[in-house]
Structures are given as C-alpha cells and as structure tokens.
Design a binder for this molecule. Structure first.
Ligand code: ATP
Ligand code: MG
Length: 332
C-alpha cells in the first residue's frame, strides 16, 4: 500500500472550512486505502511571532479536531512534529542542499512576509518549505494530500529528494502530490477571489470547524455574491456563488450542476439557508467530539505520545541512512 504523509499547522483556535475540505476530510478518507501518517506541525507554527502557552493550547485543539473529524489511531499515525526531533535534523541537511535562489522563488514567503516586509520576517519563515520537505521525506511518503496553495512547496520536496538521491545514493522516495481539484481552493466568503486562510482574513470570511451553528448560518447568509440572483457556477463572473456551490457539492456529494439546476433563478436566500444548515449539521458533531477530547488532555496527550513513538520508529530509520550517506558517524 502507498504511504501518505500530510501536516497541518496549529496556528488558530480552530481549523476552517478550507482546511476541512482541502485537507482534514481527505486525510480521514485516505485511511481506507493508504498507510497514513499525519502531523500537527508545531515547528512550522513558530516561524512567526507567537506565545508558547497559546501554541500549547492550539496544538491540543488541532489534534482534538483531527480525532473528532475521524482520524482513528488504530488506522493512522497522528503525532506532533516537535516530538520527533529528526524533523529538525533532516531540515538542516536539506537546507544545505537548497540553493538560496531556489528558496527565494517560493511565493508563499513573499505573500506571508508582504505585510511586515521581508526584512522583519524570520529566516525560519523563509526556509519553511525546506522543513516541510524534511517532514515528507523522513517518512518516505509516496503521496502528499494538499491544497493548491502547497503545490510549489511539494515541487521543492521532490527536487530535494531527487538531488539527495543523485548525489549521495538512492535514499528518499520522491513524493507525488495528491490534490482533489474540486476542493483544492475554498475561498474567503467576504473576498471570494482569495483563499480562505487562518492568517489573512476577517472572521466573517472564514467558517471555523468549531463555530456555533448560528454563527455558521449567519456567515453563509452574509457571504458576498453578486447582483444576478441566479444560482449557477461561473468562476470568472460569479466567484462568490461558485465557491458556495463548491462547498455545497463537497458536503452533500451532489454534482454542482444538479444543485444549480435545483435552485436556479429562485434567488440566493433559500440556497444559502440550506447550505448554512448543511455546514452546521456537518460541523456540529465534530465540535462536540472535539470538546470531549479537550476535556481529558491526559488521554489526548497519551494518544499523541503513542503516535510520536510510532512515527519516530520510521523517522530514525531514515535518519540512520541519511547520516551514513552524508558521512556522519552513527548515533547510538
Ligand atoms: P495559513 O494561511 O496560516 O498558511 P492555512 O489556512 O493555509 O493557514 P495550513 O495549516 O497552512 O492552513 O494548511 C493546512 C492544509 O489546509 C494544507 O493542506 C492546505 O493546502 C489546506 N488549505 C488551507 N487553506 C485552504 C483552502 N482555502 N482551500 C483548500 N485547502 C486549503
Ligand atoms: Mg497555509
């Protein structure tokens, strides 16, 4: 069976609908057909200024939401990145194989450092995609489920795997992207031409997995649409309605055309009302299960420690090989 690796940052008090459809729900589904390894990437979360207490809380919330969404410790490995120190070690080795110009071409750094300016951004934010490559390559992953926003980073991971193999001998599996086009980019409800994102939007534009049902319905009711009043998909002319249709289709399992045909020119009110209920009904049980996990942090931490132990068995085997290939003495 093919092995899948993916990670998610604990950078908010809840995942959002884009994370859910673009990542979490696929992670759950992939447990059926793949060997799955998933990671809460707390090392990635410290690339921007942060508060350690907040990070500690968010790491648990992230893990609780993932278990609540259907990740099953019997069928997957879920762990916290910092509990497997080999990530940071491989990051160094891969950093020494990455050209400065190559790293400098990563567009997410440019986007994310745009506000404060590249000079005040951390070197960690700049080298973030290299750590991401280390995450993936440590586990010899065949496939990496990600949204469209991660495509360029995955390309770097592939290049680094190939480069290492070429210079030092066959060591890493070259990972392939696993991107479901239909949900690869869920957009902001208030600004439907930009990605729904934890870091760069007003709360009205984001639906959180842990939002109360009333808040979910309200945000969808107020989602930006257009003046045409016809429910149909058209990315150019109707990005808002098209985004809502995409969400509806992903959650109901129906085809976009069938949904559009049903609501047609009946206006947006009924369509938004039904979509609000659909999202609220999907997220409600997940919210309740998340609260249960968070009510027993000892049990949650024990699940994560077990995940880290299993992840580390794979990571140390890869690193032993890497150290040897690099000309380092063995670590006993
Ligand atoms: P940030 O804006 O801080 O980068 P994020 O919302 O992009 O946060 P990440 O932790 O970087 O969250 O991404 C987690 C996963 O969710 C990744 O696989 C990413 O591709 C996916 N993802 C994030 N936003 C969306 C979106 N709007 N639509 C589809 N997938 C998304
Ligand atoms: Mg992101």
């Amino acid at each position: 069976t093919r092995r899948v690796f993916s990670g998610i940052q604990p950078t908010a008090d809840s995942f959002h609908l884009g994370n859910y459809l673009g990542a979490v729900r696929q992670w759950v589904d992939l447990q059926e057909s793949r060997e799955t390894i998933y990671c809460v990437v707390d090392l990635h979360a410290i690339t921007v200024p942060y508060d350690p207490q907040v990070l500690r809380r968010r790491t648990r919330i992230a893990a609780a939401q993932l278990f609540a969404s259907g990740l099953d410790p019997e069928r997957c490995i879920l762990f916290v990145q910092s509990q497997v120190p080999e990530h940071a070690e491989l990051n160094w080795v891969l950093g020494c194989l990455t050209g400065f110009g190559e790293a400098n071409r990563m567009t997410q750094f440019k986007d994310k450092s745009a506000k404060g300016g590249a000079d005040s951004a951390s070197v960690g934010l700049f080298t973030y995609p290299i750590l991401q490559a280390a995450d993936i390559l440590l586990y010899q992953a065949d496939e990496v489920p990600v949204g469209e926003d991660q495509r360029q980073h995955l390309e770097l991971s592939r290049n680094l795997a190939q480069r290492f193999n070429h210079r030092f001998g066959e060591t890493f599996t070259v990972p392939a992207p696993y991107i479901l086009p239909a949900v690869s980019k869920i957009t902001d409800l208030q600004d439907p031409t930009s990605k729904m994102s934890k870091s760069s939007s007003s709360p009205q534009g984001i639906i959180d997995l842990l939002d109360e049902p009333a808040a979910i319905r309200k945000k969808i009711n107020r989602a930006v649409t257009d003046a045409e009043s016809v429910v149909r998909a058209d990315d150019e002319a109707k990005p808002g309605v098209t985004n809502l249709l995409r969400i509806y289709a992903a959650l109901s399992g129906e085809k976009i055309d069938d949904i559009a045909a049903r609501y047609g020119d009946g206006g947006y009110g009924g369509f938004k009302k039904d979509l609000g209920n659909l999202v609220a009904d999907t997220f409600g049980p997940i919210r309740e299960r998340t609260a249960k996990h968070l009510a027993d942090t000892d049990a949650l931490d024990a699940l994560l420690e077990d995940g880290a132990r299993r992840a580390r068995a794979i990571a140390t085997a890869t690193m032993a090989q890497v150290r040897d290939r690099c000309g380092f003495p063995a670590v006993n």
